[in-house]
Ligand binder design. Sequence first.
Ligand code: 1PR
Length: 494
Amino acid sequence: MGICVGMQTLFEGSDETPSVPGLGVIPGRVRLFDATTKAVPHMGWNTARTIQGLDRASACGLEAGRAYYFVHSFAVPFDKDSIEGQEWALTTTQYGDQVFISSVRKGNVFCTQFHPEKSGFAGVNVLKAFLDGGAEAAAAVQQQQESRVPGSLSIHAPTYVPEPSHDEFTKRIVACLDVRTNDQGDLVVTKGDQYDVREQQEGGGSGDVRNLGKPVDLARRYFEEGADEITFLNITSFRNCPLLDMPMLEVLKRASETVFVPLTIGGGIKDVIDPDGKLHPALEVAGEYFRSGADKVSIGSDAVYAAEKYYALGGRGDGTSAIETIAHAYGSQAVVISVDPKKVYVNSPADAPTHHVIEPLQPGPNGEKYCWYQCTVSGGREGRDLDVRQLVLACQALGAGEILLNSMDQDGMKQGYDLALVQDVRTAVSIPVIASSGAGNAQHFVDVFQKTGVEAALAAGIFHRREVPLEEVKDTLRQNGVRIRPVDAPLAIA
Ligand code: 1PR
């Protein structure tokens, strides 16, 4: 069984590394998705359609109408007249205007382009079927395939009748857990208003760090309630060395035992020096998180510094940034950029000549009609002379695969997402964008998807405080015609 790139290696070659031949077990070539009409990577949940005449998918645990988690920029285009299309393809999936092979099966070989291990209970079912009924499924597929002339396009092959194909890619709902150590030394999920995570005391002043629960328990709850992805942000990691942050690594290890959707970890992904003076490159820090169960790492402050350097070098990287090294080793899809912008109002674009200025939906406190979004570092504590558009374009060029777009002004305010900001970033880049900060009710999710075309929306406070259940968010989206992954029916897992 092969998964994702494990499936791709069986083909003759891939555009990802043209000089290296594939194993050549399956004829055909892996191609890069066309990014002109859709965000690439193809990152999120999509269905797998059984090819007509090869209806053995259910023996492999695949079910019609269920969505599976994909994360890839390269795929094998489906051609019904090719050998791989006729002999190997078990299911196809459509993303935008492109149809590709999403699973193959022949004899004992079964591969999926999607990640069953990250596809909730639907994916667990696929793994279980392979382990339990592998032989039975193989026999069923073999029997059908033997009715053809092996290695050639048999005239006896069943005719492929294309189903009315359409893109079933869904929007994603991400539950976010801001994690830090409280004053008693416990690792807790916390949540701020405009990044202030301490309780307000009567008469002013800050009290304790808000404690909204335990990270592993909450992650499991959100998975079971239907979150499509979970993000952990280690919000004070800039203060210490994350390689010594064993509790965070432990959180990931334990969460990945019961949570079968993608996990992202952010906070402190950068070159770090440990207390003994030893340098640990960002790639090593990220590697530690991946080995502990993370699927993606999210880079905040270090991405801002990398973008500043990118422009200082005249619009190019030098190969040493965390974004470049991690994307090179693990792929772009594993590198998320967490942006912490603050709105700066101006009276006219001429007041911010070096920045990308937009018209906000509401004027500023003094009637200002324009604003730009300033990037910050260290959890919003320091503003830099870089705007969000400059940041996201530089990070995309350096190899980032996704943008997690927060807003310091909207964070925790429950007034809805900053639609002008989200829209602006969505149109600036071709990689997926997650809108974050400000969700207060289910309609806010509808608005952000319908008005900006963003791929995912993240929320924290309303889920932690049980103010708006995930199910209500999904129901409202569905009623408003937004394609969404249904909440998964749990399986009894032995
Ligand atoms: O700079 O690479 O070490 O990363 C630090 C990470 O920690 C960044 O991703 C940064 O966004 C995050 N962070 C740092 N300080 C805070 C804080 O709150 N004091 N959290 C913080 C950022 C924003 C979102 C939040 C959404 C949704 N929190 O994570 O979950 O705004 O909230 P809502 O739905 O309740 O409105 P580095």
